[in-house]
Design a protein around this ligand. Structure first.
Ligand code: SF4
Ligand code: SF4
Length: 364
């Protein structure tokens, strides 16, 4: 416990904050994006914005897998849940995200079989015990989740399960960051890199940020000291005129990432173009199941024609995800859209930016 306490030490936080303030004197304002939803939550929970000088702006990015999953995917999952033999298995947040007409949760109220599980392996176990059912796991997540889903598919194959499949909407973070930066829509000086994703993929996939776009990036942990130190490292890079990819979270993140997890992903998945809420279709930013494991691919197994999606035109999740507006600029925020009655995924997910603002009292 002592270990964690050290990373929450108040006087050290204040020291880091005043060092940032000192360095920023007379320097033009800097804007950094925290890509990851867990960072967003940690920044709010620990009041980090209040500790920083006004000249530093933190912008929340597309790092919540639930938030970036497009409505078309929810509609597909709902259509699957209506098939009589299908049981949808998923992590908790996904069931509350509204599709074109309704959420999986509402569908469940009408008799669809939707089961919340804590790991994809639970879904495999469930499939084994329920031979008469088609068990579909909603594979939603970044590079962090993909290895465990890959392992569950390998395990289902090993057990010879004929009734388990995955509807894959896995996403890859670096291509989305490239799309965001290349769009030129948002002016950024650097990134706080997503820690869990980087634990898997290592630092090299972010090189393009520094080499092609001259942006600074630091992978930081989730404790207040981690985040403040990460910001300090970013500020130093900018002041020294450097653009580099640095690692504040050395106690967890290895520069080369986690080779075993990378192998699992490569064994089962192959990169594919993928649709992101807010970003549209981003080349090579998703993971589809390889031919070799086709029998475990829900998309190949159940062909479903869907009507065009209907997104709520007033919901501005797309712009929130890209860091173009804070939730407070959405006309529905707090008035119509609350965690109890979410209109968009950014209010549903425990890592969503709108949910973070709502829970911890957002301010700009
Ligand atoms: S997997 Fe973890 S580090 Fe990555 S975006 Fe999600 S919460 Fe952040
Ligand atoms: S407040 Fe609600 S409706 Fe508005 S952007 Fe956030 S989730 Fe979407």
């Amino acid at each position: 416990m002592k270990f964690i306490d050290e990373f929450r030490d108040k006087s050290l936080s204040l020291k880091l904050a005043s060092e940032i303030e000192r360095l920023m004197e007379g320097v033009s304002p800097l804007s950094f994006m925290e890509v990851c939803g867990t960072h967003t939550m940690a920044i709010f929970r620990n009041g980090i914005k209040a500790l920083l000088p006004e000249a530093i702006k933190l912008v929340s990015g597309p790092g919540c897998p639930v938030c970036v999953t497009p409505t078309s995917y929810i509609d597909y999952a709902i259509a699957l849940s209506r098939l009589p033999q299908v049981v949808i298995t998923t992590f908790g947040d996904m069931v509350r995200v509204p599709g074109s007409d309704r959420s999986l949760d509402e569908e469940k109220g009408e008799g669809a079989q939707v089961k919340v599980v804590y790991s994809p392996l639970d879904a495999v176990e469930f499939a084994e015990k329920n031979e008469g059912k088609e068990v579909v796991f909603l594979g939603v997540g970044f590079e962090t989740t993909a290895p465990t889903v890959a392992a569950s598919i390998i395990e289902a194959k090993r057990r010879g399960l004929p009734n388990f499949s995955v509807l894959s909407a896995h996403k890859l973070m670096p291509p989305a960051m490239r799309a965001l930066v290349a769009s030129g829509e948002i002016g950024l000086d650097g990134f706080i890199l997503p820690a869990h994703v980087t634990t898997i993929i290592g630092l090299r996939p972010y090189r393009f940020l520094a080499d092609e776009f001259g942006l600074s990036a630091v992978v930081a942990g989730f404790e207040p000291i981690d985040i403040l130190e990460g910001i300090l490292m970013l500020v130093r890079q900018r002041i020294e005129g450097r653009a580099d990819i640095e690692n504040q979270y050395r106690r967890v993140v290895r520069p080369e990432g986690n080779k075993r997890a990378q192998e699992l992903i490569a064994e089962v998945f192959t990169p594919t173009d993928a649709e992101w809420r807010g970003l549209g279709v981003v080349p090579q930013s998703g993971l589809k199941i390889k031919e070799k494991y086709a029998q475990f691919d829900a998309e190949r197994r159940f062909k479903i024609e869907l009507p065009p999606v209907k997104d709520n035109p007033a919901c501005r999740c797309g712009e929130v995800i890209k860091g173009l507006i804070p939730p407070l600029d959405c006309p529905l925020y707090q008035k119509v859209c609350t965690p109890e009655h979410p209109i968009g995924p950014c209010m549903v997910s425990s890592e969503g930016t709108c949910a973070a603002y709502y829970k911890y009292g957002g301010f700009e």
